[in-house]
Design a protein around this ligand. Sequence first.
Ligand code: SAH
Length: 249
Amino acid sequence: MLSRIRIVLVNTSHPGNIGAVARAMKNMCLSDLVLVDPVRYPEEAEVAFSRASGAQDLLSASRKVATVEEAIEECHLVIGTSARQRTVRWPVVDPHECALLASERAGSGSQVAILFGGERSGLTNEELALCHYLVQIPTNPDYSSLNVAMAVQVIAYELMMVSQQSVSGTEAQRESITAGQFEGFIGHLEETMEVIGFSDDRSSDKLMRRLRRLFLRADMEPDEMNILRGILKASQEHRVRTPRKPENG
Ligand code: SAH
């Protein structure tokens, strides 16, 4: 189960923290580490490797990619982490709830990703908009930002604890779409909104974020997404067959 939970570090600025994350993960039996556009890594890989201590194997096996979208493409559940309350109102869970959600999905064969932001500014709103949930580690309200490797440690500990308790589920397993399929759907929706004249030009970012939140919450199955895409396609075709009437008669 833990092998299907991926830790994604986004724009980490200190290579030492990457090594410390590898160590925290290996302590808790996690192994899948993906680095999105890290700063000074692999240039300063020796700093990372020395902080990884006995977890160099995990670090060597990590993958480096250019974008968050690439890191999560085949994932079914994406969870973001944040030290502070964001303006985007996303469902927020605590580390234990996060572990329950992740283990339920990973236990039924889905791929899960947990995203951690860079030391300077954390995850951007655009990156958070890719997530089904946000996790916040409860802290001193006046001093809420943990070192990124410490944050990974807390989340990974909860994951390991839950994985030891989880029993084989008897509930019917649902199949849900991947982050890549979700992006395809959102692209199709945005394009259709333009074609049918719901939005001029490109839709506003705020509107698209709200729609993302709505459809992420629905946690669609592939068949359900295909029905919606069928409706989008038919709407576009209908618009092409019946062009808009000129405004003034
Ligand atoms: N200055 C940044 C904090 C970056 S800390 C900000 O204000 O957002 C680096 C990363 O560690 C965060 O992006 C998050 O992934 C993780 N992190 C730190 N504190 C956390 C907390 N209390 N809960 C959840 N994640 C946390």
